[in-house]
Design a protein. Structure first.
Length: 304
């Protein structure tokens, strides 16, 4: 079978991208019950407050109601459909209401009052970037950071903590992963995943980066995602707020390697496959839990 020419390959990829966006744009809207649940969730900020930051006008052209990756309601997703259409195919997916199994339990725990009363003295490091790449980190406590965030005084500073195995906080939040995904992703790899807690105000977030597959659950707020296919993935230490203010979203939208855009709301779970590049901007004060998983593919590549 002859290989595709570079021109044919580019045309094929462009057709796939257009089809993907059309599929997402034409998805069925939320029904009345789902929309009511979404509105009720959005009205409760969990005491995090802070309000929406005055972000620059975005010329990247993203509608708040659209997501350019597949969107499936959790009730319409099965382990088999996830395995075949997303896990094996390495396609990202937004699972609407994906955290419903433990949503209200974890919302209570991850409210400002719940989190600070149970874990307020926990020492944390915060900065403008996860893992503090290229920026100075500040040592504080979870309670002190929460108080500043509620008062709107954290700016672009982000709390992004990898939770230690067997720590009480990790044990409390790692159940965020939907069972429809967990039965596949946990099979044989439970001892080799990492769980992260992410908290930040509007304008905070993560610059462009990539890593092994991750399941991202949002419990408060709203996030904007940019996702690049693995061949276009990049790594940057420029804080996401600076990238955004300098027109990074506009340039990315005009680039031939245009990323897929998606807005994630409280209750949504976003699955990012291995090595897909992504950047994240909090549009509102946001509290999220993420689990990075060691998939069989990554195990094969790096461990043999």
């Amino acid at each position: 079978v002859p290989l595709l020419s570079s021109a044919d390959a580019a045309a094929s990829e462009a057709t796939e991208a257009r089809a993907w966006r059309l599929t997402a744009a034409a998805r069925l809207p939320l029904n009345a019950r789902q929309r009511r649940q979404l509105e009720e969730s959005a009205a409760d900020d969990g005491g995090w407050g802070g309000g929406a930051a005055a972000l620059p006008a975005d010329k990247g052209g993203l509608d708040d109601e659209i997501c350019e990756i597949d969107v499936v309601h959790v009730e319409g997703l099965t382990p088999r459909s996830f395995a075949l259409n997303y896990f094996a195919a390495e396609r990202p997916l937004l699972i609407r209401n994906g955290s419903k199994e433990h949503f209200f339990e974890l919302r209570q725990l991850l409210s400002r009052e719940g989190l600070t009363s149970a874990f307020g003295n926990t020492p944390v490091k915060v900065s403008a970037n996860p893992y503090h790449d290229g920026v100075a980190a500040e040592t504080t406590t979870l309670g002190q950071f929460a108080s500043k965030l509620a008062a709107g005084r954290t700016g672009a500073t982000y709390l992004f903590e990898s939770l230690q195995p067997r720590s009480p906080l990790r044990a409390a939040v790692e159940k965020h992963m939907p069972s429809v995904l967990g039965r596949l992703l946990d099979d044989g790899w439970r001892d080799q995943y990492s769980v992260q807690l992410a908290i930040g105000g509007a304008g905070s977030g993560a610059p462009t980066h990539y890593h092994k597959a991750a399941v991202n659950s949002l419990f408060y707020g709203k996030k904007r995602w940019w996702l690049w296919r693995p061949k276009d993935a990049q790594y940057s230490s420029m804080p996401i707020a600076e990238w955004f203010e300098r027109g990074g979203s506009e340039r990315a939208s005009a680039d031939e390697r245009r990323p897929l855009n998606c807005v994630q709301r409280a209750g949504d779970v976003l699955y990012v496959p291995d090595f897909w590049g992504h950047a994240v901007l909090n549009l509102e004060p946001a509290v999220a839990v993420a689990t990075e998983v060691l998939t069989p593919r990554v195990h094969f590549y790096f461990q043999g």
